[in-house]
Write a protein that binds this ligand. Structure first.
Ligand code: SF4
Ligand code: SF4
Length: 186
């Protein structure tokens, strides 16, 4: 009989000890966040997704050259002599069409080098870190404002102009050689 009451007593004590923990946690402020509805404030200077304010980019390639993992892809087309592309907000003249400015954020190691060399501060880290995608290609961010067709047109025009210049140079060289030969023959 005594054993019976001792077991009952122990059972009650055990329940009370367990409930003490429960009650204590009931009144402790919660440290969990209801993500994604709630988010932590990130520290100042946090390195997350890159952004490029393409209107201020002068196509100097400095960011692409310093990138240790080669994940910035830039293609430019020189503005025509009579074409004014304006200036960046820092006053740097823009002399190139940015027909391609892509960053592969899945290759990026968040070293921040690219942002430190940019003369117009147009490439910078944001506080966006939710980047899950279903398709690998969606990890490549496109910043050029040119439509693919128009970019292809600009590239083709530049190529044609360069070929025409090369042909003119070759023709001039040939003409000079012919004139030289004629002079020697006289
Ligand atoms: S942060 Fe570093 S790795 Fe990422 S794009 Fe810039 S230079 Fe390249
Ligand atoms: S360093 Fe800046 S201005 Fe130069 S290409 Fe990169 S983003 Fe553009």
């Amino acid at each position: 009989m005594r054993t019976y009451f001792r077991n009952v007593y122990r059972g009650l004590i055990t329940i009370l000890i367990g409930m003490r923990q429960t009650w204590r946690h009931l009144f402790t402020p919660s440290v969990t966040l209801q993500y994604p509805h709630e988010k932590w404030d990130l520290p100042v200077g946090t390195r997350q997704q890159l952004f490029v304010n393409i209107d201020d980019c002068i196509g100097c390639y400095k960011c692409a050259r310093i990138c240790p993992v080669d994940c910035i892809y830039i293609d430019t087309v020189k503005a025509k002599p009579d074409e004014d592309l304006g200036k960046a907000s820092t006053g740097n003249p823009i002399r190139q069409h940015l027909v391609r400015f892509d960053i592969d954020m899945f290759k990026c190691c968040y070293c921040n080098f690219c942002t430190t060399v940019c003369p117009t501060d147009c490439i910078y880290m944001t506080d966006k870190y939710e980047t899950s995608v279903y398709d690998r290609s969606n990890g490549i961010y496109h910043f050029s404002k040119y439509a693919p067709d128009y970019a292809a047109k600009l590239i083709a025009e530049e190529k044609a102009a360069e070929e025409a210049k090369a042909a003119a140079r070759a023709a001039a060289k040939e003409k000079a050689m012919a004139a030289k030969k004629a002079k020697v023959a006289e």
